[in-house]
Design a protein around this ligand. Structure first.
Ligand SMILES: CC(C)(COP(=O)(O)OP(=O)(O)OC[C@H]1O[C@@H](n2cnc3c(N)ncnc32)[C@H](O)[C@@H]1OP(=O)(O)O)[C@@H](O)C(=O)NCCC(=O)NCCS
Length: 124
């Protein structure tokens, strides 16, 4: 396993009608939905570590504490960066920051747990 603290990954998306608060049922306005931002943040953390895990292992999300501080309209670009800040045995901690073209829109403290997918699904 080569999961070193400081490892980071960045990706972008354009806000579309499919990821608004209206589409997610999380509000009534045509702006980037909080659950869409959270999913994008979690996906960025997954991609940050996918090449560093031992073969056959995977991770599951166990905690995400999120602040959504600014609305983003349809058509705007959102950039998300996840940084692996702590490796504590099987427990991985990430700091995640999201910005749009005008500045910061949200941040999360996120934890994932390394699992064996076969054993995990047997117990689910
Ligand atoms: C990940 C999971 C398998 C760990 O369960 P487990 O193997 O029985 O392990 P434990 O309950 O002993 O937890 C292991 C460690 O993770 C911590 N932990 C587990 N779930 C946690 C949570 N939701 N929030 C914070 N910490 C958590 C425990 O405190 C423990 O920490 P420690 O080692 O410092 O004591 C279990 O929490 C789980 O299935 N969670 C749901 C994950 C999920 O379905 N995510 C969505 C799909 S990606």
């Amino acid at each position: 396993m080569s999961l070193e603290e400081g490892l980071n990954f960045t990706q972008e998306l354009i806000v579309e009608d499919t990821n608004t608060a209206i589409a997610h049922g999380s509000g009534k306005l045509p702006v980037f939905a909080t659950p869409a931002m959270v999913a994008f943040m979690e996906n960025t953390a997954v991609k940050c570590i996918e090449n560093g895990l031992d073969k056959g292992l995977d991770t599951v999300g166990i905690q995400i504490d999120t602040k959504h501080i600014k609305a983003t309209k349809v058509g705007k670009k959102v950039t998300c960066t996840a940084t692996l800040t702590k490796v504590d045995g099987k427990k991985l901690t990430f700091q995640i920051e999201a910005t749009d073209e005008d500045g910061p829109i949200g941040s999360s403290l996120h934890k994932r747990y390394i699992i064996d997918p076969i054993k995990f699904m047997e117990r689910a």
